[in-house]
Design a protein around this ligand. Structure first.
Ligand SMILES: [Zn+2]
Length: 305
């Protein structure tokens, strides 16, 4: 329970005399929320948690206030696909097709995330910087271990070589004990020495989840890089669905389609994968929705005339 009072954070700043952009992320609560919402096995929690961590880092780089991005990892592993979305406010959400994936530990005695995700596939990022022309980048997966896959994505798709270490540690009781990541991106024009520093330093974070369990993002920053970060922002698990939003989707289906679903099943059900919530609309709810819709259309016609 020592983790209960710790808050997630993404620290960012410059190191190596301003030549390297550094981010240290602590995402233990984010992963615990995902475990609670989806009922994840240790392996599924590690795979989704690493992806949530890398995506939260990417969200912290979004330029516009209303920017958003989504990440899809399709690797053909036992866990199926992983989808994560987030926005510039660092409201994160995600799911993995198989929440109860299981594999024996890998050769190093660790959770076999590479086997869970698989590596015969792609990592796709759709990033909307708020100018309505989303950037879409896809790169082949390297190992399915997520960290290497994001590193390859940054280098190939965004031409921003970035060293990535992400990790999730799950306890015997199934909760996340520590999760986080370290991201180092040499700035344009960075010297050879800075690149060497990045290469040599990233290897120290193979156990980044244990570092977060024992300490914090701030203690990791101080111990490995010295000084303090320039910005600290808090990622949270938050879905953007609501009953009102779902009503809009249903209205778009049209009256005929809604009535035929009602006739067949007696109710209309919509499931949100991101927060594992079922929205149920009974016959009365659907009638009210259609009536409200007709009222809106009538009002619109009224103003047109
Ligand atoms: Zn939702």
């Amino acid at each position: 329970m020592a983790q209960a009072n710790k808050q997630d954070v993404i620290l960012r700043g410059l190191v190596c005399g301003g030549e390297v952009s550094l981010a240290v992320a602590e995402t233990t609560q984010l992963v615990n929320d995902a475990i609670r919402i989806h009922g994840l096995s240790a392996l599924s929690a590690a795979a989704l948690g690493r992806t949530l961590t890398a995506a939260a880092y990417m969200c912290s780089s979004l330029k516009a206030e209303r920017g958003a991005l989504s990440v899809t990892v399709k690797g053909g592993g036992v866990g199926g696909n992983i989808c994560v979305s987030g926005d510039a406010a660092l409201h994160m959400r995600g799911y993995i097709d198989e929440p109860q994936a299981f594999l024996p530990p890998n050769a190093r005695g660790k959770l076999d995330v590479g086997g869970c995700v698989g590596h015969e596939g792609t990592l796709t990022v759709v990033r909307d910087d708020g100018d309505d022309r989303p950037f879409v980048g896809t790169t082949p997966l390297v190992s399915g271990e997520i960290g290497e896959d994001f590193a390859a994505y940054f280098a190939q798709s965004e031409q921003l070589p970035t060293a990535v270490a992400v990790g999730v540690k799950i306890g015997k009781d199934g909760t996340c004990l520590g999760a986080g990541g370290v991201f180092m991106q040499p700035m344009p024009g960075a010297g050879e020495e800075s690149f060497r520093f990045v290469d040599e330093t990233i290897g120290k974070f193979a156990n980044v989840s244990s570092l977060m369990e024992e300490g914090s993002a701030a203690s990791v920053w101080a111990a490995y890089f010295g000084g303090e970060a320039m910005t600290a922002r808090r990622p949270v698990y938050k879905c953007n669905c609501s009953r009102h939003y779902i009503e809009g989707l249903l209205a778009a289906l049209g009256e005929g389609e809604l009535r035929s679903i009602l006739a067949e099943r007696g109710k209309v059900e919509v499931h949100c994968h991101y927060c594992n919530t079922d929205y149920v609309f009974g016959p009365q709810d659907v009638e009210a929705l259609l009536l409200a819709r007709k009222g809106e259309e009538g009002a619109q016609r009224g103003t047109d005339e």
